[in-house]
Design a protein around this ligand. Sequence first.
Ligand code: MN
Length: 134
Amino acid sequence: MQVIRNGSQKARQAPDSYFTGHVRFESSFKGTPPATISGLTVAFSPGARTHWHTHPLGQTIFVLSGKGWCQRDGGLVEDIGPGDIVHFEPGEKHWHGATDTTAMSHLAIAEALDGVTVDWLEPVSQVQYARVKP
Ligand code: MN
């Protein structure tokens, strides 16, 4: 058994190359091989979101606090909140983040395929994010 204490891991800024706005990675864990599971809590400030991306073996997010939005390519933007669980299928193009006015945090869990848990794509444009007609 291993207890990883709250606050024992230094929060770090998510890279601008894959996220829009202010995003922090907080607690994280990684399985012991041959397990390939890993996860982390991610805190999105209002307006912040991932870029479009896919996960080779899918991903599950558990919303912990706030109000968020997520969308799969070709689908509607969905409202998500605390207690909601969202599963993304392997290879399904999508994004997730806070709403434009409210922060959101989630726990994200995925398994790695050949060491890869995510493949990053283009940013979510302001038009896509805010659902504003151009
Ligand atoms: Mn994802």
